[in-house]
Design a protein. Structure first.
Lengths: 207, 178
């Protein structure tokens, strides 16, 4: 699916731009967005390094394991394939906590740490595991309780009550997260998305 | 009350986490400095590994945005979305949200300037912005960091979540402020 949508962005974009006499915009956008992507990635180096260091201390001290044991009743139904004592669980909890508090700078590095741990127990290294897709879906659905950036924008736009959107935002956030989890659990059983047990990669691993 | 509590919680969270983890590690006889540097050495490579995935995603989205194809999509979808009570002015932001966080905030701020943040349009845009994520970006960064190319049902699930978030935002906003 991602291949089709990616191709559609490019093909439709170039065709529409060509037909509306807007073709130079495509060249500019392609080059400047490639630059932006590199800058965004490199911009992660600092926070990434910081949080991986802090998380290593937490791991060696046994904090990560304690955290995942404590939250087992919530985590186990969501990530049935991940062993409770696995460091992935701790990283998932830390990422979700950072997201709920709206700590964007910490949430991404902790999320990537969780992905790294999930990759270690993933049998097919180039294909997403069920646990990874569930984790991703929760993250893309947003779990932030107080959308502080939006409130800041509303405030600077002169809103009489910038925080009045918090209640409805929490309702919409909850709805989207529940929908994400339900969608993942239904979709992972569909033939189009099921992991192909006969693929070459799996056979190579089992051999 | 809740807001003040959450705001001070957010302000204190990171210092508190760093304080607790380093001190607890020390008390548990972890060689804290050594452990930190051991974990931290992965940081650079993780960030660099994301580059090809994020370039692929952002350049394709960039072409689509620059071409004006969004306007065509908005015109096509407007009759459908107005049925559920979404004003046509908000639709471009709803469509932009999963593609580009910066693009969506830009549209939201334009709506604030044009209609005011306390109009129904301004409120709906705020709720949408706060309750959804930049799905394509998250997907590229998270999967890119571990070199996963086959993303299976992650994108459809993420888009379902976005759609539900946006539709709920429309309903709740109309219900509370309409």
């Amino acid at each position: 699916m991602i291949n089709v949508i990616w191709l559609a962005f490019i093909i439709i974009g170039i065709l529409v731009a060509g037909l509306t006499g807007n073709i130079e915009a495509v060249t500019d956008a392609a080059i400047s967005n490639a630059d932006t992507a590199v800058n965004l990635s490199l911009g992660l180096i600092g926070v990434m390094t910081l949080w991986l260091g802090i998380m290593k201390i937490a791991e060696e001290a046994g904090l990560v394991r304690a955290l995942s044991r404590g939250l087992k009743p919530i985590l186990k139904p969501l990530f049935p394939d991940v062993p409770t004592d696995h460091p992935a669980m701790g990283a998932i909890v830390m990422n979700l906590a950072a997201n709920i508090l709206g700590l964007g700078n910490a949430a991404t590095p902790l999320g990537l740490k969780a992905m790294k741990e999930l990759q270690e127990i993933n049998p097919i290294k180039d294909t997403a595991s069920n646990a990874m897709v569930t984790f991703l879906a929760i993250n893309t659905s947003s779990v932030t309780l107080v959308a502080s950036t939006v409130i800041a924008y509303r405030n600077s736009a002169g809103s009489a009550n910038p925080t009045e959107i918090i209640g409805p935002t929490i309702v919409a956030t909850l709805a989207s997260t529940v929908a994400a989890v339900i969608a993942v659990k239904i979709l992972q059983k569909m033939p189009a998305f099921r992991i192909n047990e006969n693929s070459e990669t799996v056979q190579k691993i089992t051999k | 009350m809740f807001v003040i509590f959450m705001e001070s919680l957010s302000k204190w969270a990171i210092p508190a986490i760093i304080f607790i983890i380093t001190l607890y590690g020390f008390l548990k006889k972890v060689k804290v400095y050594e452990a930190f540097t051991e974990g931290a050495k992965e940081g650079f490579y993780t960030a660099v590994r994301i580059i090809p995935y994020l370039v692929a995603m952002l350049f394709a989205i960039g072409i689509f945005r620059a071409s004006g194809a969004m306007d065509v999509l908005v015109k096509a979808l407007n009759p459908v979305t107005s049925l559920i009570g979404m004003p046509g002015e908000v639709l471009p932001m709803a469509l932009m949200r999963p593609l580009s966080g910066g693009g969506a905030s830009g549209i939201m701020n334009d709506l604030f300037t044009q209609y005011g943040p306390d109009s129904i349009i301004g409120r709906m845009a705020s709720v949408m912005m706060g309750s959804t994520e930049t799905t394509f970006y998250v997907l590229a960064v998270y999967f890119g960091s571990v070199a996963i190319r086959k993303t299976r049902h992650a994108l459809p699930a993420g888009l379902v979540a976005d759609a539900v978030g946006i539709i709920t935002a429309v309903f709740v906003t109309n219900l509370m402020f309409g």
